[in-house]
Design a protein around this ligand. Structure first.
Ligand SMILES: *Cc1c(COP(=O)(O)O)cnc(C)c1O
Length: 476
């Protein structure tokens, strides 16, 4: 399997060659040259596999340059109930992503049983093990530098902790995260994890990361890398649970289903798109946004108009507060018939702060083939959905999953079983749960009292030279 860039001007690469990198040299994103088809016989044979075996069946089609027994061992180590046992007390952790049925034909796929209670663990845990494996082979090291306002940073730290050859330098805005989020990250005592609380806002932390990454000499000599959502390893790992969810919600492989996906950077639903392109019988992919509705606008009107960061609303589903969807280019590449020149034209406008509009073009007519629907959910919708689910089914969902359920129930085609992706547990967003229900969410046993553990964090002013000196001193 070879990988090509969405902008059509980069050399072909293998899975392990793109694993540790970011954007392609031409500024595009890597995608498989062709999506590997899944036959009906394979679907039949995969239906009853364990999560780890299913992950092997799917990912061995993409990671063709990793020897079979190595890939198998990595997946067996990653997808075990010892890692994915932090969810609800009554979840069947042996399934890794158990399906919870609310009423006939409406389900929640639990993707948040991992160590940080968010679906990002599903891919990040695998990435940690793949990175360690690849670095070991090359006898190399990697220093991951990132900025976080919560979810991504903690998922990365829990995936990379204790891994040979890897260090993490994670910047967060000092005093701006919840006590629980701070405790999740700062209580890690692993020597290879460095928490840096920046005196400033998230954007200041993000700017420092950009400044270091743009210093190409420093970046190369200090082996700086990232684990952002465009990483192909992350997208590919997410394809697996679309298969798992499909098998759990259906009786046989003639049935079709709808998935509803709380979306921000278009990473999660991009994996669903690829699963469908491979041949998984997905009848509908429902994209849910919060008040930051740039993606909903595209699917409704054909116009993609990214907003500036100063036009991004802060909402009660904060992990979907995005102004630009970094993975969206992968879908558009398929939509325009894999024409790199067309993608270059669109993104020359986007990268200059502009927009593109496909209304009335051939692409607009093609769009229906890809089976997307979309909708938007607001703070009040979120509160209402959380309340209704709790009162009617005794199930508590987090704010992002509530957005997915609201839009999913509104948009689903009659007759299709609906599978809503659970992207986080309510324990992560206590404040809004209290607002909706007047009570605190349950917290997984293992995380009770986490706020009282000793914390390991360095406070730093928003100064790039101070950051560079800190990194240099800690990689000796
Ligand atoms: C990251 C995240 C999302 C958005 O996922 P994308 O892959 O960026 O579309 C939704 N919900 C939660 C809880 C998240 O952490």
């Amino acid at each position: 399997m070879k990988y090509i860039s969405t902008r059509g001007q980069s050399p072909e690469k293998t899975f392990t060659e793109i694993l540790l990198g970011g954007l392609a040299p031409d500024g595009g994103l890597y995608l498989p040259k062709e999506y590997p088809p899944v036959t009906r016989e394979e679907l039949d044979a995969w239906r009853n596999l364990s999560y780890a075996d299913l992950a092997y069946a799917v990912l061995s089609k993409f990671a063709t340059d990793i020897p079979a027994e190595d890939l198998k061992a990595i997946l067996d180590k990653t997808y075990t109930a010892e890692v994915y046992n932090k969810g609800r007390a009554d979840s069947d952790f042996s399934q890794i992503t158990p399906l919870r049925t609310l009423l006939p034909g409406v389900h929640i796929l639990e993707l948040s049983n991992g160590p940080t209670l968010a679906f990002k663990d599903m891919a990040m845990q695998l990435l940690g093990n793949l990175f360690e494996y690849a670095l070991d082979k090359q006898n190399a090291e990697l220093n991951i530098l990132g900025a976080t306002s919560g979810d991504t940073g903690s998922a990365a730290e829990y995936a990379m902790r204790g891994k040979r050859g890897i260090r993490v330098f994670m910047l967060s805005p000092n005093g701006k995260m919840s006590a629980f989020q701070r405790a999740q990250m700062y209580s890690l005592q692993d020597e290879n994890i460095h928490n840096i609380a920046i005196n400033g806002m998230f954007d200041d932390a993000q700017d420092m990361v950009k400044a270091v990454s743009n210093d190409h000499v420093y970046k190369a000599t200090h082996k700086i890398g990232t684990v952002n959502s465009i990483n192909w390893g992350r997208v590919s790992a997410q394809i697996v649970y679309y298969f798992k969810g499909y098998f759990a919600a259906t009786q046989n492989n003639d049935e079709q289903v709808a998935f509803s996906v709380p979306s921000g950077n278009f990473g999660n639903i991009c994996a669903g798109h690829i699963a469908r392109m491979m041949g998984l019988p997905i009848g509908q992919l429902i994209l849910a946004t919060n008040e930051n509705d740039v993606l909903d606008e595209f699917f409704r009107t054909g116009a993609y108009r990214p907003r500036g960061t100063d036009h991004t609303y802060q909402t009660s589903s904060p992990s979907m507060d995005i102004s630009k969807a970094s993975n969206f280019e992968r879908f558009v590449y398929d939509l325009v018939g894999r024409d790199g020149a067309k993608v270059r034209e669109f993104w020359s406008r986007v990268d200059a702060g502009g927009a593109f509009d496909i209304k009335g073009t051939d692409c607009w007519h093609e769009l229906a083939k890809f089976k997307f629907s979309s909708g938007k959910s607001t703070h009040l919708d979120r509160l209402k959905t959380i309340r209704e689910l709790w009162e009617e089914y005794g199930v508590m969902v987090d704010t992002h999953t509530a957005d997915g359920l609201k839009v999913g129930l509104e948009q689903r085609r009659p007759g299709l079983p609906l599978i809503c992706m659970e992207t986080a547990l309510p324990a992560k967003f206590e404040e809004t749960i209290v607002e909706a229900l007047g009570r605190l969410p349950e917290r997984p046993k293992a995380l009770e009292g986490i706020e009282n553990l000793p914390q390991r964090v360095v406070v730093m002013d928003a100064n790039v030279d101070t950051l560079k000196a800190f990194i240099s001193a800690n990689i000796q």
